[in-house]
Ligand binder design. Structure first.
Ligand code: MSP
Length: 662
């Protein structure tokens, strides 16, 4: 049997006229996730990204910065590489269009098309937009020579010059026939329809050179001209795959399985010009060309280099780490998750820092955090920190897992990354409800040990499946989740072929001490400063900090007399219930010697009411009573703050109710 073809995935190559931002990060992250996903399915993958350096606008940016252009592009290409590494994005190859392998391929492509007659010389008269690096005809432009692209609108250059043309008009029928015969070629479907109408409006031959003003790939044997940057840039996909000098590598990689990019460079360039260029040379066209939408502002306008409104991804991840208190790698994973969950593929989505942070808390700290922490804590408490023996597989839970796995695969294959994550979160949500319903702490009190073991096994096993599914998106955090269910790094490399079925956990295996992965962000303490938001998040001026957090006050010493003012006493919890009007509060009845108090505590996310009844707590007994959501609290419980989670304090051994603490 012959080896399956290497799965070849590409991002657009990025103009090096500015730093990366979370728009460029989106295409690159999608490709990294696809590479990891197919790798987990056992396929050999090849993931290419790079930088587009021969554009007029890149030259203009270097001139404006007063830096020699070679030095300018070297600096920004390094910045892009470093940014991807910082986001745990690991391409197999990074191509720069100033590299000899690329220049050589572009010139050879040009020569071969000249030889077949598909490239010919003619007079070009029309308009050119440097910002969009696009030619426009008189009929595209109104009275006022401004770029017809609504996102741009910049003044156009009038061009009248001898140029080389590509015979694009000859390929309309073949393009339409290919699109029709291959429904998976252009995705999503509604954009395929845009391409069909664009081609049906009539394709004209296209100018593919410009006058040589000192930057660009020279036309072979005609140094007065350079090759138009789009004609040059698209060839990166085959140049990096070994064309024309490494036929073995080329045969292994080409055609690309997926070209992925934003919508503005889909119709004209990736879905029309590029396949026509390949057809002209008799090369196979890519299997799938997919375009996603943009990060837009509240008015639906594209955010990016032009508006300066998108954060630098590395800085954004560092800010998430800083405001949540998690480590850098987890901050990166949180950003990876949030980018793919907040973008509603394949459309546009508004970029809003606040909603990213809110989602961090709700999805990562709460939903995923709760499932993980509660499963691990219950296993530690009731199962001696081992994977317990289930009674039998609960068909409802196994079906939930299987549905989540199927929905995840389906969504990734359609490039709906947000939907893939939603599928995992449906499982997480169901399992959090399962814990509430089964209430293993109640079963434990009733001495139902087999039922406790059974419920906890189901929680751990579902957590394992959810954690495995998250590997392509959050590689570090998913490994932490798997470590919580006893699958540390020392085991076999994870696989989507074998590890997504029910029953992967080994009964009796030892679990490590529970350790929360995503600490909560104290949103009240985090203020996004609207006036600074735009300025501080811009990509070209490295921001000190994009999110402002109130600095904690400096500790001041207190005298013993101050400490003695606080009366601390041990109490017995005799009853507990949820506060009827506040999700986060529990209402406890606490006996302090012969006194009975009502104490409200913000611990509903960490403790079930029933598990608290009968345990001892430490109470601040002389705190002024305070009404919270309609109920008066007559004291406060002491708790350790572990990454935002409250862990209640209690005496080491049972002590008389009401005992003083000093
Ligand atoms: N150099 C060309 C691509 C040549 S590919 C042969 C180019 N470069 S770019 O730097 O301008 O854009 C690269 C990618 O970044 C595009 O896919 C574009 O859609 C994406 N984004 C730029 N701003 C964006 C948003 N605001 N939102 C999402 N992606 C956006 O075009």
């Amino acid at each position: 049997m012959s080896e399956p073809k290497t799965y070849y995935i590409t991002t657009p190559i990025y103009y090096v006229n500015g730093k990366p931002h979370i728009g460029s990060a989106l295409s690159t992250l999608c490709c990294d996730v696809l590479a990891r996903y197919h790798g987990l399915l056992g396929r050999k993958t090849w993931f290419l990204t790079g930088t587009d350096e021969q554009a007029t606008k890149v030259h203009e940016a270097a001139v404006a910065a007063g830096i020699p252009v070679e030095e300018f592009v070297d600096g920004l290409a390094a910045e892009f590489k470093q940014t991807w590494t910082s986001l745990d994005i690991h391409p197999d190859d990074f191509i720069r269009t100033t590299e000899p392998r690329h220049t050589l391929a572009v010139q050879e492509f040009f020569r071969r098309l000249q030889a077949t007659g598909d490239v010919y010389k003619g007079l070009y008269e029309g308009w050119y937009c440097v910002s969009d690096e696009t030619f426009f005809r008189d009929s595209d432009v109104g009275e006022n020579p401004k770029c017809p692209n609504a996102e741009c609108g910049k003044p156009l250059q009038r061009v009248q010059e001898e140029n080389y043309f590509f015979r694009l008009s000859a390929y309309s029928d073949r393009l339409l026939a290919h699109i029709e015969a291959n429904p998976g070629f252009l995705q999503p479907e509604f954009r395929r329809n845009e391409v069909i109408s664009f081609i049906k409006q009539g394709l004209r031959d296209m100018s593919i050179t410009r006058a040589n003003t000192g930057w660009g790939i020279p036309v072979p044997d005609d140094p007065t001209r350079v090759i138009y940057v789009w004609f040059d840039a698209l060839i990166n996909y085959i140049a990096a795959a070994g064309w024309p000098n490494d036929p073995d590598q080329f045969a292994e990689l080409w055609p690309a399985d997926v070209h992925l990019m934003g919508k503005e460079i889909f119709v004209r360039f990736h879905a029309t010009l590029w396949p026509a260029m390949l057809m002209a040379l008799g090369l196979a066209v890519p299997t799938t060309v997919y375009s996603h939408g943009w990060w837009v502002d509240a008015e639906g306008k594209k955010e990016g280099k032009r508006t300066g409104g998108l954060p630098h991804p590395t800085e954004f991840a560092a800010e998430i780490a800083r405001v949540s208190g998690c480590n850098q790698a987890i901050g990166v994973d949180a950003l990876r998750y949030l980018l793919l969950r907040e973008m509603v593929f394949p459309g546009d989505s508004e970029f809003d820092t606040d909603s990213f942070l809110r989602r961090y808390n709700s999805d990562l700290a709460n939903d995923l955090g709760n499932l993980c922490n509660r499963s691990a804590n219950m296993a530690a408490r009731y199962c001696d920190s081992r994977v317990p023996q289930p009674v039998e597989a609960d068909p409802i839970v196994t079906a939930m897992c299987a549905d989540s796995v199927t929905a995840f695969h389906d969504a990734i294959r359609e490039f709906r990354f947000n939907a893939a994550l939603e599928a995992v979160w449906r499982l997480i949500g169901s399992m959090n409800r399962y814990i509430e319903e089964k209430a293993p702490w109640k079963l434990a009190k009733q001495g139902e040990t087999r039922a406790v073991d059974d419920a906890i096994y189901h929680c751990l096993e579902a957590t394992r499946i959810a954690g495995t599914l998250l590997l392509p998106v959050m590689p570090t955090a998913a490994r932490c989740v798997l470590a919580q269910v006893g699958l540390g790094d020392e085991g076999a490399a994870p696989s989507f072929v074998t590890d997504l079925n029910w029953g992967g956990l080994e009964v009796g295996s030892v679990l490590p001490p529970p350790e929360p992965v995503f600490p909560r962000i104290d949103l009240a303490a985090v203020q996004t400063a609207p006036a600074q938001k735009e300025k501080k998040l811009v990509t070209d001026e490295p921001a000190e900090s994009s999110i402002q957090v109130q600095e904690p006050e400096r500790p001041e010493y207190i005298g013993i007399e101050d400490f003695l003012k606080v009366q601390l006493r041990v109490g017995n919890v005799t009853a507990a219930e949820k506060h009827p009007n506040a999700d986060k509060l529990l209402k406890l009845t606490v006996e302090l010697g012969d006194e009975t108090r009502t104490v409200l505590a913000g611990i509903a996310e960490m403790y079930q009411p029933d598990e608290l009844v009968g345990r001892q707590v430490v109470v601040v007994a002389n705190l002024a009573p305070r009404k919270m959501r309609g109920i008066e609290s007559q004291g406060m419980l002491l708790a350790a703050d572990v990454e935002g989670q409250a862990i209640l304090l209690r005496p080491e051994t049972q002590v008389p109710s009401g005992a003083r603490v000093r």
